[in-house]
Design a protein around this ligand. Sequence first.
Ligand SMILES: *[C@@H]1O[C@H](CO)[C@@H](O)[C@H](O)[C@H]1NC(C)=O
Ligand SMILES: *[C@@H]1O[C@H](CO)[C@@H](O)[C@H](O)[C@H]1NC(C)=O
Length: 573
Amino acid sequence: MVNRHNHWTMAMLHAAAFLCLLVSVRGDLLHSAGFESLAHWDCWSPVHCELTTTAHSGHHAVKVTGRQENWQGPSQYVSVQPGHQYHVTGYVKLLNDNGHAQSVKMTLDYHFADDTEDYATAASVSNVHVRDGWVHLTGGFTAPSKALKQTRIYFEGPQPSVTFLVDDASVTQVGGQTSWRNVTDHVIEQMRKSNIHIHVTRSQDVEQADVQIHVVQKKKSFPFGTALNVHKYNDNVANGKYRDFIHNHFNWAVPGNALKWYAIESHQGQRNFQPALDMIHRLHSRGLKVRGHNLIWSVEKYVQGWVKQLTGDTLRHAVQHHIQETMNVTRGMLEHWDVNNENLHGHWFEERLHDNNYNIEVFRIAHNADPTMKLFLNEYNVVANGEKTNAYLAQAKQVKAANVGLYGIGVQCHFGEEQNPDPDTIKARLDTLAAAGLPIWVTELDVIAQDENKRADFLEHALRALYGHPAVEGILLWGFWDQAHWRGEKASLVKGDNLELTAAGRRFLDLVENQWMTDETHVLSQSRDTFTVRGFHGDYELHVIYKGHDLTNLKKTFTLGKENLIVKLTVDV
Ligand SMILES: *[C@@H]1O[C@H](CO)[C@@H](O)[C@H](O)[C@H]1NC(C)=O
Ligand SMILES: *[C@@H]1O[C@H](CO)[C@@H](O)[C@H](O)[C@H]1NC(C)=O
């Protein structure tokens, strides 16, 4: 009995702690946003609002009855700042519709300091019927740049005789301190950094004011990589500037095409691994790690002609031989392999072989060829848009359960033309995929905007959402130079023969090499002899500067990983 009671209490405590975290990072401007109570909600009397147990989530929702006008529904005052942008969501479920399509909305009522009033629709869905069940409203608004007395947000829209339920509302500031940035910053702080505890012992004649400790990160551990063009890389184009940019700014790379089957063996039996091997050797000599992409590609138009002629056991044998040989030749050189590329978008091998389980078979061949190799799924339209997110989760679970060496989930992240990546949506999709319990790698990131400043913002939104998600272990761009990018200049970080930085390139380097790297100097008279630097994971140098001179004999080097470190120094001059 006692034990059981304790367990129950522990579970309650965990639930309570989790809830607190959710509330504190969510930054919602609404009170009782989950409608577990009606506190702060108002229903424009005589309209009646009551809690019901038919909920979208949690235990309750609100039920709205006795309406006389379309605009009547639950409302709440919200504290918004003129000129700021907000994101809104909510769920509505109709209980009757009189056989007519209804519309549902979330609307703002602004009451200005000069006693004028204005209304704005923040989110709306039309053509709603009872059969649609819970309808998700999502949208946003920018508060007018004019002094406000008060603002309320309310649910409205259906004809007066319609009774409806509302649940799970939310109003959060976009780009503000209380929005997604809090969540991603928190994850980055917790997941990408650890503590360096520094203890300095001074001999008596050494004054604190004369000692500075400089802690500087030289390399990052978190994988930031790029796809590259094997010929441009091997030919050392642009007077070496293409290679230099890769070597100087990335720690991982992936050949865009050079390891694909059609590139290795465009004609049956004439295999050529040399360009890929030359590239891999050179990347290794510069300290970069390399992904293998990909063993087979299920999308029909990428299956080379001679393979398309094969059937049955001949085809199975050709695939098996190709995988075994490719993994033999590259053994020990690659960190990952994408096994069966884009298998949610193409099924050429399954269809040709009339074998729905062939994907598992391909994984098994690769896993047997090298049981230590980290094998991946790799897919598009799973994060940049949600077309296949749920299907991908199901596939990841299925392949994981088959126990055939699946290590991680590759999410390509090719964002659409002029698509501004939405961090909340990216987080929601990554959360969905993370339910498979496998690491996620961003394998092919690119954003597209004609305007380079917009492109910089787009890239930052994507990078913050991805780097700021706990399941993401590495991020690779799908190229960076307009002259070697499948989407050209509008996706470029650098452009032209001289690889000049665009605004997007400057933003990338500022994030990856400045904001997400550590470089701190502490004067002991301020920090005291014992202090802590919270640093990004990677390789460090620590310098002791005494009266302006770097005491090189006291220099220390160390690698900071997930474990906190203690660094002890004795300054004795
Ligand atoms: C978001 O972060 C800021 C700055 O760190 C903090 O003051 C604020 O309380 C946070 N908001 C929420 C909702 O956690
Ligand atoms: C791959 O290597 C294994 C072990 O050395 C060998 O038995 C096998 O024949 C090789 N397969 C191919 C296709 O190269």
